[in-house]
Design a protein around this ligand. Structure first.
Ligand SMILES: *Cc1c(COP(=O)(O)O)cnc(C)c1O
Length: 373
């Protein structure tokens, strides 16, 4: 080749590393030749999809020859009713990541900057750099957002601030008082994205509901997803709620049919399956408390989390521990790319999966300690 097609790409894109997803179960099955793999790597709902969502998908299979409703009329209506907002405030996405990208493309340029915290979700830098925009990554405090430092780091160039509540991969969270104090300091011209991918799991009294903050903060864009507590990660459906002008702008650059037929139908059904949601939250709470107890027994420090995952400090570089766990058929997520080289992020599974993980972890840590002697 006479040309270097890496060099020809946009500078921002050249500087990116591809997003590292959790290893697919099938891939590890092929590698190890075994079948009872436990995957606790992508914060997926361990219960499988809601039966109501599955039934809803079946009703639309014969419609797959048609394009989906590009305006998502019925799903937006269902969301608007549930959340008490206007349909003109809602933007649907092919997963909420799609909406994060629309926000970056709409409000960032090569001459402006986004801001997020250290240890924040990997998609924020990806969507920022793809635009060629700059970013400000503000050092974290106790693994969580340092909102004071973030407010102080705002410059004339800052156009978008990403805040995940709770944050992934740390599981740390912000109270309503903390968040409001921050929003009060942010100039109205800066879009503040409040990423609430895990909000359904959080039971803490002081945890804010981003939707109710919208009326006080017009620059706020709340993103949510059906990928986690609603158990539909494979369908790719998420949304944002914002003021109608922001929604209007996002709608101008949105791919016309970004939310597929099956996803729209399943999301409507899942939204109304309260029993499934409640069970998801209960299974998560039980698993979380089990893992915390077991980590303590094994003498491992962890970051207290309100999500459906927990990051544990394995007391040594996590990469070899991760590799050994894979050999035991357990997939978790190394978080070295998030500047957490000694942590593994573990999604909460069913109790059977959680026990399998702990057994494997204990075995692996014992073996590694033996090797060092
Ligand atoms: C999982 C996750 C999302 C959701 O992504 P989808 O595209 O909706 O699947 C968004 N933000 C954070 C912080 C996440 O962890």
């Amino acid at each position: 080749m006479a040309c270097d097609y890496i060099e020809l790409a946009n500078k921002g894109v050249q500087g990116l590393q591809p997003y590292q997803p959790g290893k697919p179960v099938e891939e590890l099955e092929r590698e190890l030749g075994i079948s009872d793999i436990v995957k606790l790597a992508s914060n997926e709902n361990p219960l499988g999809p809601s039966p109501k969502a599955l039934a809803a998908i079946h009703t639309v299979l014969t419609e797959l020859t048609r394009y989906p409703d590009g305006n998502g009329f019925r799903l937006k209506a269902a969301l608007a009713e549930k959340l008490g907002v206007g349909t003109d405030q809602i933007t649907l996405g092919n997963g909420s990541n799609d909406v994060l990208e629309m926000i970056a493309r709409s409000y960032l340029t090569a001459h402006s900057a986004s801001m997020y915290s250290q240890h924040a979700f990997a998609v924020y830098p990806i969507v920022t750099q793809a635009i060629g925009a700059q970013h400000i990554a503000v050092p974290a405090k106790n693994w969580g957002h340092d909102l004071q430092a973030m407010a102080e780091a705002i410059t004339d160039k800052t156009r978008v601030i990403f805040v995940a509540n709770p944050n992934n991969p740390t599981g740390t969270w912000l109270t309503e008082t903390e968040l409001r104090a921050f929003l009060d300091k942010v100039p109205e011209r800066i879009i503040v994205v409040l990423d609430e991918a895990y909000t359904e799991y959080v039971v803490e009294d002081e945890f804010p509901d981003g939707i109710t903050l919208l009326k006080d903060y017009p620059s706020l864009v709340v993103t949510r997803t059906f990928s986690k507590a609603y158990g539909l990660a494979g369908l790719r459906i998420g949304y944002s709620v914002s003021n109608p002008q922001v929604a209007d702008i996002l709608n101008r650059i949105r791919q016309p049919f970004n939310a597929n037929i099956a996803a729209q139908e399943a999301a409507i059904a899942a939204l109304n399956d309260e029993a499934y949601l409640q069970q998801s939250v209960e299974v998560n709470a039980e698993g979380m408390s089990y893992l915390e107890t077991e980590f303590a027994r094994l003498g491992l420090e962890f970051i207290p989390s309100v999500g459906n995952f927990i990051s544990v400090d394995v007391g040594q570089p996590a990469a070899p521990v991760d590799k050994a766990l894979l050999n035991e058929g357990v997939i978790v997520r190394p978080v070295a790319p998030y500047q957490m080289p000694n942590h593994l992020r573990v999604s909460i599974g069913t109790m059977e999966e959680n026990r399998r993980f702990i057994q494997a972890l204990e075995k692996v840590l014992g073996a590694l300690a033996g090797e060092q002697q």
